[in-house]
Design a binder for this molecule. Sequence first.
Ligand code: PLP
Length: 465
Amino acid sequence: MQWDEFSEWGRKIAEWASDYHQNIRALPVRAQTAPGAIRAQLPSSPPENSEDMTTIMSDFERIVMPGMTHWQHPRFFAYFPANAAPPSMLAEMLVSTIAAQCMLWQTSPAATEMEQVMVAWLRQALGIADGYTGVIQDSASSATLSAVLTMRERATGFTGNAQGLSEQGKIRIYCSDQVHSSIDRACWVAGIGQANLVKISTQGPLHSLDGDALRRAISDDRLAGYHPAGIIAVTGGTSIGACDDLSLITDIAKDENLYTHLDAAWAGAAMICPELRSGLWEGVSNFDSIVFNPHKWLGAQFDCSVQFLKDAQAQLATLKIEPEYLTTSQEDITNFSEWTIPLGRRFRALKLWFLIRSYGLEGLRHRLRNHVLWAQKLCERLRQTPGFFITSEPVLSLFSFRCAGDDRAQQRLVDAINDDGRIYLTQGVWQGQKVIRFQVGQFDTTYEDVMLAHAVIEEVQAGMA
Ligand code: PLP
C-alpha cells in the first residue's frame, strides 16, 4: 500500500468508525451468528496475489461485522464493560501509527515518562497515598500473576527463580471465595497450585472475607508446615461485586508478614468519585500491590491495566532480567519491561493522557455516578416487578436477580434475552445458585437504555411463559 492510498483509507475508516458508533443502537448487542458461520465464509488458504482495499473492506463489512458482539453498544449490560471512549481510540490510532516497542526507556523515552506520570495521575485520582509507583500492564491477569510471583519469591527468600520451586506444594496464598478466576490461574502458573490457594468464606453485606477464618487458616497452615506467602483481596468481585474489608486484611497481613495484592479491576474506576469510596476503599494504601483496569469502566480502550506498587523493589527482584542486549547506559531511568512478564510493551499511557485531558476527572465522574444511580433505579423497578427477585443488592453499578424457576430457567431467560438482541446480559453464581447479573457501565449508555432493559426483561420473560 502506498501512503497516499493509506491516507484515503484512513479517512474512510475514521468515517466508518463514526457512523458505526452513531448507528450502533440499531444492531443486536450480542452477535447472532451460529458457531462456524464466519469461518465457513473465509478462504481456507491465503491469497497468492494482492487484493485491493475496496474488496477487503467490503468483505469486512459482509463477513466480519455480523459476527461481532458490540461491546460499545449502550445496552451492553453483560460481564463488565470494556469502554473505548473516542479520545482513547484516537490515541490508539497514533500509537498504532508510530508502532513503537516501548520496552526500555531509550526505545521511547516519551512512553516511559508518560507512563510514570499517568500512573501518578491515577494514583491521585483514586485516593491512593503518595509514594506508590506503578506500571501499565495488558490485563489484570498479568498484574495479578506478577504479584503472585512476587509473593512466591519473597516467601522463598528470592530463590525460586534461581533454584526452582523446592518449596512447591508448601506455599500458601489466601483470598475469599469471591475472587476472579485470574487469581486461581496465577497460582497455577506460578507453580503454587490450586490446592494451595486457600479460599476463605465471606460474610456481611459486602460479602467480605471472614477475618477470623483467615487468621485461623494461616495459623493452622503454619502448624501443618505450610509457608503462608500472601493475601489477595478484592474490591468488586465479578459475580456479585463482593468487597473485602481492606484494613482488616492488611492488619492480618502485617501481623503475619504477608505480601498483599488488591484486585479492583472493575471497581477501581469508581474510586475516582470520593463519595463512592466510603466503606470500600479505607485501608487501600496499606496494600503492596493494587490493580485496576482503566480499560473496563473508565473509558480507556483495551488494553490498559494499572498496577500500583507500594515498593516496586520486590516485583523487580522477581521479574527483572538484564541480558547484555537489553542493557542501557543512561542513569536514573526506568525500563518498564523489568517490571512485567512480557518484554515487549505497547505505548498504553497515551490513551490515558488523551482520555483524562479530554473529559477531565469531573467528566468521567459524572458518567460513573450516573451508572451507579441508574443501576440502583433499575434494581428497585425489578424488585417491584412480580416474578423477579433481587439476589444481591447493588454494589456500585452491579446487582443480580433471578426469575421464578430453577437454574435452567435462569439460563433460558438469559439466552432468550440475548437472542432478542436489544440488550446483553450474562449469568453468575451466588450462594450456590445461578443468578442473572446486571451492570451499567457502557460509556454512551443513557437512563432510557437502562430502563429499556427492564421492558425487555419483562417482555421476554412473559413471552416464554
Ligand atoms: N478481576 C476482576 C474482578 C474481573 O472482573 C476481571 C475480569 O472481568 C479480572 C480480574 C480479569 O481482568 P483482565 O481481563 O484484565 O485480566
